[in-house]
Ligand binder design. Structure first.
Ligand SMILES: Nc1ncnc2c1ncn2[C@@H]1O[C@H](COP(=O)(O)OP(=O)(O)O)[C@@H](O)[C@H]1O
Ligand SMILES: [Mg+2]
Length: 293
C-alpha cells in the first residue's frame, strides 16, 4: 500500500496531476490516503491559479505594448506635424531678415535673429525626435561612402554656429587629418550636430566649444569639448540612456534622445562614443567619436 502511495506521489512529482491514491488504499490507510489526495487537489488548484495569473499578466503586457506603440506613433505623427509650421516660420523669418517686407532697423533685426536661432534649435530638436522614432521602426540602414570628414565637420559647425551665437559662444576647429573616411554622411552629421548642440547647451556663456579631428593608424577621433558645467563622473553611465536629460536643471529644452540616437548611429558604424571629463581647475567635458579609418 505504501509503495502504491509512493508511486502516486512520484507520478505527481513528474507532472501527472490526474493521478490519485487508489480506492483499495483508502480501506487500509484512510488518513494518509486522504491527505495525499488533498495535497494533490491543492497543487491542482494552485496550478490553475498560476495559469490564471499568467493569462492576466500576458493580457496586461499586450495592453502595455499596444499603449507603447500608440504613444510612439502619436509622438512620431505629432513631431512630423510640428515640423511643418516650424519650417514655415523659418522661411518667413528669412524673408523678414532679407528686408522683403521693408527695411528693418538694427533692434528689429537683432530680435529677428534671436527668433531665427531659436527656430533653428527647434528644428534640430524635432529632427532628433523624428529620427529616433523612425529608427525604432527600422534598423539603421547606412549609406556608407568615402567622405571628406573635414568638410563634414566644418559644415556641421557652420550650421550650429548661429545657435552658439545666441550665447556668444565661439566654435573653433583643429584638424590633423585630411584623408577620406568611409561613413554615412547624413547620420554622422546628425551625431556631430547633436554633440555640438549639447556642447553649446552645457557651456558657460561667452566661452568656446573646441572641435578637433585627430587619428592613429587605426581610427579617427572627433573630439568635441565644452567648458563649464562639466559632466559628473557618476552621470556618465546614464547619459546615453533613452530619455535621460538634465536639461530642465539648466533651463534648456531637452528630450534625452540626442545621445541615445548618436550612440546608436556610431555603434552601427562599429565605432564608439566615449567621454573625458575633468573637474579640477578648468571644468570641461569632451565627447569623443571613434571611427575606423
Ligand atoms: N557636453 C555636455 N556637457 C555636460 N553635460 C552633457 C553634455 N552632453 C550631454 N550632457 C548630459 O547628458 C544628458 C543627455 O544628453 P542628450 O541625450 O543630448 O539629451 P538632452 O540634450 O535632450 O538633455 C544631458 O541632459 C546632460 O545632462
Ligand atoms: Mg542633446
Amino acid at each position: 500500500m505504501l509503495r502504491s502511495i509512493a508511486k502516486t506521489i512520484n507520478s505527481v512529482r513528474y507532472g501527472n496531476l490526474y493521478e490519485r491514491v487508489h480506492k483499495e488504499t483508502f480501506d487500509v490507510l484512510p488518513n494518509l490516503a486522504q491527505s495525499v489526495n488533498s495535497m494533490i487537489e491543492s497543487i491542482v488548484d494552485r496550478e490553475d491559479m498560476i495559469k490564471e495569473y499568467q493569462n492576466d499578466l500576458n493580457k496586461k503586457i499586450d495592453v502595455l505594448k499596444e499603449v507603447e506603440e500608440l504613444k510612439e506613433d502619436f509622438v512620431a505623427t505629432l513631431t512630423h506635424d510640428l515640423k511643418v509650421p516650424i519650417l514655415a516660420e523659418k522661411n518667413m523669418l528669412g524673408f523678414l531678415l532679407d528686408n522683403r517686407f521693408g527695411e528693418l532697423n538694427d533692434r528689429q533685426k537683432e530680435a529677428l535673429l534671436h527668433l531665427k536661432n531659436s527656430n533653428k534649435e527647434l528644428v534640430e530638436l524635432v529632427e532628433i525626435l523624428l529620427e529616433t522614432y523612425k529608427l525604432n521602426e527600422t534598423k539603421i540602414k547606412l549609406n556608407v561612402e568615402e567622405t571628406d570628414v573635414n568638410r563634414l565637420i566644418e559644415s556641421a559647425i557652420q550650421e550650429m554656429q548661429p545657435i552658439a551665437d545666441t550665447d556668444s559662444i565661439n566654435i573653433r576647429y583643429w584638424t590633423e587629418y585630411d584623408k577620406r573616411v568611409k561613413l554615412d554622411e547624413f547620420y554622422i552629421k546628425r551625431v556631430l550636430k547633436n554633440l555640438i548642440l549639447n556642447a553649446i547647451s552645457f557651456s558657460n556663456p561667452s566661452s568656446t566649444v573646441d572641435v578637433a579631428l585627430c587619428n592613429n593608424d587605426k581610427n579617427i577621433y572627433i573630439k568635441i569639448t565644452n567648458y563649464g558645467k562639466s559632466i559628473k563622473k557618476e552621470e556618465i553611465k546614464h547619459v546615453f540612456d533613452k530619455y535621460y536629460t538634465t536639461a530642465k536643471k539648466f533651463r534648456k529644452v531637452g528630450t534625452g534622445l540626442g545621445l541615445y540616437l548618436s550612440n546608436k548611429i556610431v555603434k552601427s558604424h562599429k565605432g564608439r562614443i566615449f567621454i573625458e571629463t575633468e573637474s579640477d581647475e578648468r571644468q570641461y567635458t569632451t565627447f569623443i567619436i571613434e571611427l575606423a579609418r
